[in-house]
Design a binder for this molecule. Structure first.
Ligand code: 5AD
Ligand code: SF4
Length: 438
C-alpha cells in the first residue's frame, strides 16, 4: 500500500509555499497525501521561529505527535523549516521521538532521508544552508483554489536586529525569470487565476540583469492570469520604476504591504531598518500619488528594546500620517542569536501590552476610515468563496486587498464582478453586485 504523509504548516506564506514543494517531492516519490493525521505513516510540521509564540505552538503540537508515535512506533515524525534550522540540537536532545530534522534549504533530501529512516532507527538531520538552492526544477503540489503562491527568491540579507530569518533561511538568492513564468503558466493551466509572488524581500529580487519590476512585467503577460500580488517588499527598495510598473500593468494588484516596524528614528536605527520615519512617510505619500486608491498595509513591532513612551508615540504619529488600510501588530519577542536579544534595555511586557492595545485601537479607526472611502464606489471584485455568514453571499477582494461581501447574483467563483459598495463594517465592505465579467 502507498505510504501516506501529513503536513501541518505554521508561519508565513513562504512556509505554505515550501510545504507545497515538500508535498510535490513526496508525491513524486510515490507517497500519497492525507489530511487525516491518524492515517499517516509520516507526519511533518513546517515550523516558524519568528516569535516565541510560534515556537511554543509547535512544541505543544510535537507533544501530540509523541503520543501518536507511542501508539504507532513506525510513524515518522519530521520537523521542517525555520525551527529545524535554529533548534536542531535542542529538538533532538529534548524530543528523541523526532526522526527527521530538515532546514529550509534541505528539502531535496527528504525522500532519501525518509527511505533511509524506514530502514534505520536513529534520527536524520540536515540543516546546511545553501547559497544557491531555489528549488527551481521542483513542482509544488498545490491545493486547489484561487491563489497560487510562487516563491521568487529565498533568504534575506537585511539583518534587521530583531529578526531570526537571515539565520534560519540564509543568504538572498533569486530564481530565473523564465522558470517563474513557466510556473505561473502551469498554475494558470491548473485553474489558478491569481498569483502571489513570495520572498522575504521580494523587491531585492535580481537575477542576472533583471530586477523585480522586470519580473512583474514578464509575469503580467501570462495569459489567463487575472491578478498578481506580491509580499513582502522592504521600504528601502521601493522605487518609482516599481510603482510606475504597477500603475501600468492592469493585472498587478493595487496594494502594497509595507512593513514600518517602528516610527522613531532611534529605534529604526537600532533595528537596522535603513530608513528614517521621514523617508517612510514620504515614500507612502509617493505611493499614494502614483497609485491612487492603493491599499497600504504594514507590520509594526511594539516594545523593541529601549523604546520609550515618546518613541512609541512617534510610531502612532506615522500611523496617523499614513493611515494604513490595515496592520499586523506584534509585541517584540527576543530571538536568541539576534543582535537585539543582547540589548540590555528590554521593555517591560506590561508596557508592551499596553502599547499594543493603543496601536490596535488607532489602527481600527484608520481601517474604518479607509473602508468608508470606498462607500458609494463601484469596485471590481474577484469572487473567491462563499461568505462565512451566509450561503446567499459571495466574498471576494478588491485589487487593493479589501474583503467585500455581496449577493451572489449569477456570478461564479473566479469571476470578476462589479460591486457597488453600500457599507463599511469592521474589517470588510458590503455591497450589491451590478455586473459580471467572466
Ligand atoms: N518580535 C516580534 N515581531 C517580529 N517580527 C519579526 N521578528 C520579530 C520579533 N523578534 C515581525 C516583523 C516582521 C513580521 C513578519 O514579523 O514585523 O515584518
Ligand atoms: Fe527579517 Fe528584516 Fe529580512 Fe524581513 S527584511 S526577513 S524583518 S531581517
Amino acid at each position: 500500500m502507498r505510504k501516506k504523509y501529513y503536513i501541518e504548516t505554521y508561519g508565513c506564506q513562504m512556509n505554505v509555499a515550501d510545504s507545497e514543494l515538500v508535498a510535490g517531492l513526496l508525491q513524486k516519490e510515490g507517497f500519497g497525501a492525507t489530511t487525516q493525521i491518524n492515517e499517516a505513516d509520516a507526519i511533518f510540521v513546517n515550523t516558524c521561529a519568528v516569535r516565541e509564540h510560534a515556537e511554543e505552538r509547535v512544541h505543544s503540537r510535537l507533544g501530540n505527535f509523541r503520543i501518536l508515535k507511542e501508539k504507532k512506533p513506525e510513524l515518522i515524525v519530521g520537523v521542517l523549516g525555520c525551527m529545524a534550522q535554529n533548534l536542531k540540537n535542542k529538538l533532538l536532545e529534548n524530543k528523541p521521538y523526532i526522526d527527521v530534522v530538515l532546514g529550509p534549504d534541505s528539502y531535496r533530501k527528504l525522500p532519501e532521508l525518509i527511505n533511509r529512516k524506514l530502514d534505520r532507527s536513529d534520527s536524520v538531520v540536515d540543516t546546511k544552508l545553501s547559497r544557491f538552492e531555489v528549488y527551481d526544477d521542483l513542482f509544488p503540489s498545490r491545493q486547489t483554489g484561487i491563489n497560487a503562491w510562487v516563491s521568487i527568491m529565498r533568504g534575506c540579507d537585511k539583518f534587521c536586529t530583531f529578526c531570526i530569518v537571515p539565520f534560519t533561511r540564509g543568504r538572498e538568492r533569486s530564481r530565473p525569470v523564465d522558470s517563474i513564468v513557466t510556473e505561473a503558466r502551469q498554475a494558470v493551466a491548473e485553474g489558478f487565476v491569481e498569483l502571489t509572488l513570495l520572498g522575504q524581500n521580494v523587491n531585492s529580487y535580481r537575477h542576472e540583469e533583471q530586477g523585480f519590476a522586470d519580473l512583474l512585467k514578464a509575469v503580467a503577460q501570462v495569459a489567463g492570469l487575472k491578478r498578481i500580488r506580491y509580499t513582502s517588499p522592504h521600504p528601502q527598495d521601493i522605487d518609482d520604476e516599481l510603482l510606475e510598473t504597477m500603475a501600468e500593468l492592469d493585472n498587478v494588484c493595487n496594494s502594497i504591504h509595507l512593513p514600518l516596524q517602528a516610527g522613531a528614528d532611534r529605534i529604526l536605527q537600532r533595528m537596522n531598518r535603513t530608513y528614517t520615519r521621514d523617508h517612510f512617510m514620504r515614500l507612502s505619500d509617493r505611493i499614494r500619488e502614483i497609485l491612487p486608491q492603493v491599499g497600504l498595509t504594514t507590520d509594526i513591532i511594539v516594545g523593541f528594546p529601549g523604546e520609550t513612551d515618546e518613541e512609541f508615540q512617534q510610531t502612532l504619529q506615522v500611523l496617523e500620517h499614513v493611515k494604513f488600510e490595515s496592520a499586523y501588530t506584534f509585541k517584540y519577542s527576543p530571538r536568541p542569536g539576534t543582535k537585539a536579544a543582547q540589548f540590555t534595555d528590554q521593555v517591560d511586557p506590561e508596557k508592551s501590552q499596553y502599547r499594543l492595545e493603543q496601536l490596535i485601537k488607532l489602527q481600527k479607526q484608520h481601517t474604518l476610515i479607509r473602508n468608508q472611502e470606498n462607500v458609494g464606489n463601484t469596485e471590481i471584485v474577484l469572487v473567491e468563496k462563499e461568505s462565512k455568514r451566509s450561503s446567499l453571499n459571495w466574498a471576494g477582494r478588491t485589487d487593493s486587498n479589501k474583503w467585500v461581501i455581496f449577493d451572489k447574483g449569477n456570478a461564479q467563483i473566479k469571476d470578476f464582478v462589479a460591486v457597488e459598495i453600500t457599507e463599511a463594517r469592521g474589517v470588510s465592505l458590503h455591497g450589491k453586485i451590478t455586473g459580471v465579467d467572466q
